[in-house]
Design a protein around this ligand. Structure first.
Ligand code: CDT
Length: 311
């Protein structure tokens, strides 16, 4: 019998700095209700789904940014999402800013969780590839201070069994790095879910929006194809406090083809039925890793970060 997962990519429109968590959760509940009506098994929300994309704001004292972080999950404000998951028998994925005390110190991560249809958190991922910069940069058209507010994630790229398949997570900029998908591919991943907040323009160049949209698709489609996995990428989109974020939420098949895509910059549910068994062909042929990978030639990938040019 086919292993079908009906996925709702729950794109969120803009969240303004003044918007409360509970108003955002209300919007998310509307999307969960729509997904339930369409018999979805899983709803995927974006990166930092509960707030505006706050790394665009510079705070001299980083503790001032704590207002954007969750120190428990579920929290009072997010509990209704877990209640809806249980009521509908539907899993969800949520990105949020996590503040946690571990080993006697406070840490802040850009985090995502996977919640099963009973409303239980089964997986957690902390963003590894943090883009941007740590200090205020007057040369940029706008700031992208992820390196200021977050530590590099310490959980690696794990996968979890859920909904009859093997699920993985990554966050936004991670999708641009083939290593992200390959590490999950090596654990047999069948569906990678990810959220993003991607500015429509580049703060350091005149890159046109259509090229940025192309790179978004290219990254997700390559990750899907090269690992023969479904990829569900979900945007926070639209104009947040005068800053434009791209949409383009998409569900990508293991062939690399986009099967469903958002067409607005608003709250929008994009639905597709994903047959996890469709992953098998690519994993057993072109991307049969055991048969074709040549790890004796890949050493540089883990030995160095930057390029070393020949003499
Ligand atoms: N949120 C996030 O990771 N955004 C980045 C923007 C890169 S520009 C500093 C992205 O890769 O889409």
């Amino acid at each position: 019998m086919a292993r079908l997962v009906k996925v709702g990519a729950a794109q969120l429109g803009p969240i303004q700095r003044a918007d409360s968590r509970s108003s955002v959760v209300e919007r998310m509940l509307v999307l969960m209700q729509k997904a339930h009506v369409q018999d979805c098994n899983l709803v995927v929300f974006p990166e930092l789904a509960l707030t505006t994309f706050f790394p665009r704001w510079y705070f001299e004292d980083t503790a001032e940014a704590d207002t954007w972080f969750e120190s428990s999950m579920p929290s009072v404000e997010t509990q209704p999402l877990f209640g809806a998951a249980k009521r509908y028998g539907m899993g969800f994925h949520l990105g949020y800013a996590e503040k946690v005390e571990e080993q006697g110190a406070v840490h802040r991560y850009n985090t995502a969780i996977l919640v099963d249809p009973s409303g239980t958190i089964v997986g957690k991922y902390r963003k590894v590839h943090l883009p941007g910069h740590a200090q205020f940069d007057p040369k940029r058209k706008f700031q992208h201070l992820e390196k200021r507010y977050f530590e590099v994630g310490n959980l690696g790229f794990r996968v979890w069994r859920m909904l009859g398949g093997i699920m993985g997570m990554c966050i936004c900029n991670d999708r641009r790095w083939p290593e992200t998908f390959r590490v999950m591919g090596l654990q047999g991943v069948e569906m990678v879910v990810l959220g993003y907040n991607t500015p429509t323009t580049n703060s350091q160049s005149d890159e046109p929006p259509q090229l940025r949209a192309f790179h978004n698709r290219l990254s997700m489609q390559a990750g899907a194809y090269q690992n023969s996995s479904w990829v569900v990428g979900v945007a926070k989109a639209g104009r947040e406090d005068g800053h434009e974020l791209m949409g383009g939420s998409a569900i990508v098949a293991p062939t690399g083809e986009i099967v469903a895509e958002a067409h607005t910059l608003e709250d929008e549910l994009v639905v597709a039925t994903c047959d996890l068994d469709k992953c098998a062909f690519g994993k057993q042929s072109v991307f049969n890793f055991a048969a074709h990978r040549r790890i004796e030639h890949y050493g540089l990938i883990t030995q160095q970060t930057g390029a070393v040019l020949p003499e």
